[in-house]
Design a protein. Sequence first.
Length: 156
Amino acid sequence: MGSLAGWWVAGRAGGSELVVDDLREARELWRRRGPTSYTLVIETRGAAGSRSVVEVRDGEVVSMQTGERPASRTAWPYWSVEGLFDFLDSELRNAAAARQTYGAEPEQVVLKASFDDELGYPRRFLRHVLGSRNSVEWEVESLIALPRSAAAANER
């Protein structure tokens, strides 16, 4: 039953195993091609599932709403595209230290991700520690780039 559950979880995120090289390449693509001003809509799943809308201007989060409420400003930096990349970096470090982080063997930690082919931003992520309820899953529903002139006009 454990291997069947592992197969099911591993297939859920619709991505491939998260590895350092893929993350590095995606971040570089984002730095070269990604917009500095955009609106990001993210769906999180699990016990604390929600939908968040994040407004980024010139690389900085200027507002974030989760559900119908404004999100705490302390959460804002984690939900920009750069924040999502940093989160994935930390997930790789945590998985490498699975015994200390999750009380599990490294092979029990499933990390899957997919990245946008054109801009490189993370589209989906899943972390599941097999044999536990320690899961995180999110998906970028949309990323709407603002033209540089529109972003500048919005700041006036």
